[in-house]
Design a protein around this ligand. Sequence first.
Ligand code: FES
Length: 103
Amino acid sequence: MFRTMLLPANEQRPVVDIFVEGRRISAREGETIAAALLNAGIVPFRRTPVSGQPRAPLCLMGVCFECLVEVDGAQNVQSCMVRVNAGMQVGLPTGARRAGDGK
Ligand code: FES
């Protein structure tokens, strides 16, 4: 369903490492967090607070909010709208958030 477009070697971006729940994954500089997670086979991205249903990106363009993750301690970040940075810490939320959690 999701596949990275292959570019010629001279057009490929450098690889950086990010950490998802403490697990190191590789991503191409400039790609979104959502793309990096999908490339790594990480789904679901989160679970709903009330029923615990698994959620994953749907629109990949900032509309549906199904791709929310935690990034470097900041909650409810739309992973399809934020590009990876080397060393970024990504969390996959489960359960309800409380006021004062994160940044
Ligand atoms: S996938 Fe829809 S807002 Fe990110």
